[in-house]
Design a protein around this ligand. Structure first.
Ligand SMILES: NC(=O)c1ccc[n+]([C@@H]2O[C@H](COP(=O)([O-])OP(=O)(O)OC[C@H]3O[C@@H](n4cnc5c(N)ncnc54)[C@H](O)[C@@H]3O)[C@@H](O)[C@H]2O)c1
Length: 285
């Protein structure tokens, strides 16, 4: 079980910047950091939703910096990080979380879709990290990126997303190595399916969601709060000797080989499992 929100105060007085903070995992991370005492700088493309979700955090005005930003715009990300650090008096943690999906094979998506996915999901991590380094050197802080299990393996029809998230995982590893000497830790989480607007947009109706859940050994999607708990752990002093790590949070999805689930097939049909071990009868007998 994760600790209940706010039962720890690991980020008391720390300045934490989060991209894509208006909904889903980013909003849950904002709530988690706020509950643990952090002061926050939040950005998102969706200004209305960001204003609404950040107001609900109940932070004092001086402890909250909010700005509408398109993270694919390097100059805008740079300005967000610099202004956030100025407003909060430095920066201890950067969470590069904003992201989008993109369906289609290599010969189905347009070059524009490919570029947009890589720009939002990967370029933005480069922009944010670059901008944050001077402040993190100063604070001996850390970066946590939201990658995905889709960055470690292939998904049917998700080529641009697979490539972008694979880039995020290896950017994480590279920066962990390059900036260990600077006293900066860099890690990422690799969520499996989390019940956010992103996944709901792709699954839409219940039969698809049920099919999705059948593929998860734990039998359900994760919650944004469970993903945020991983982000907070990696950002905290509890993870002081962890860097370059990709933390899988997926209910067991990637622990599987991908072979048919004979165990479940036999159970659902009421067949005797001992038949699994028995050699088939030779034909014609
Ligand atoms: N939900 C899942 O199953 C899942 C699984 C693995 C990884 N992820 C990753 O988690 C991260 C958060 O996604 P989520 O599931 O919370 O989805 P979400 O759609 O609820 O949240 C994503 C947020 O990013 C914002 N955003 C999108 N494009 C942006 C841009 N160009 N500039 C600034 N903000 C932008 C959106 O407005 C939204 O608030 C993403 O990086 C996503 O790839 C999600």
């Amino acid at each position: 079980m994760t600790e209940p929100l706010g039962s720890m105060r690991r980020f008391a007085g720390k300045a934490v910047a989060i991209t894509g903070a208006a909904s889903g995992i980013g909003a849950a991370a904002a709530a988690r950091f706020a509950a643990e005492g952090a002061r926050l700088a939040l950005c998102d493309l969706n200004a209305d939703r960001l204003n609404e979700s950040s107001a609900a955090l109940g932070l004092a005005e001086a402890d909250l910096f909010v700005r509408a930003v398109d993270v694919s715009d390097g100059a805008a990300v740079e300005a967000f990080v610099a202004d956030a650090a100025a407003a909060l008096g430095g920066l201890d943690v950067l969470v590069n979380n904003a992201g989008i999906g993109c369906f289609g094979h290599v010969d189905e998506i347009t070059p524009e879709q490919w570029r947009r996915t890589l720009a939002v999901d990967l370029d933005a991590v480069f922009f944010g990290s670059r901008a944050a380094l001077p402040y993190l050197r100063e604070s001996q802080g850390c970066i946590v990126n939201t990658a995905s299990i889709s960055g470690a393996f292939g998904d049917p029809g998700l080529v641009a997303y697979n490539v972008a998230k694979a880039g995020v995982i290896n950017l994480t590893r590279n920066m962990a190595v390059d900036h260990a000497d600077d006293g900066i830790r860099v890690n990422c989480i690799c969520p499996g399916g989390a019940a956010t607007t992103m996944i709901k947009a792709h699954t839409r109706d219940e039969p698809i969601m049920a099919e999705y859940e059948r593929l998860v050994p734990m039998g359900r999607l994760g919650t944004p709060e469970e993903m945020a708990a991983g982000i907070a752990f990696l950002a905290s002093a509890d993870a002081s000797y962890i860097t370059g790590h990709a933390l899988t949070i997926d209910g067991g999805v990637t622990a599987q080989t991908g072979q048919p689930n004979f165990d479940r097939i036999y159970r659902e049909r009421g067949w005797d499992k001992k038949m699994l071990a028995r050699k088939p009868e030779p034909e014609g007998r």
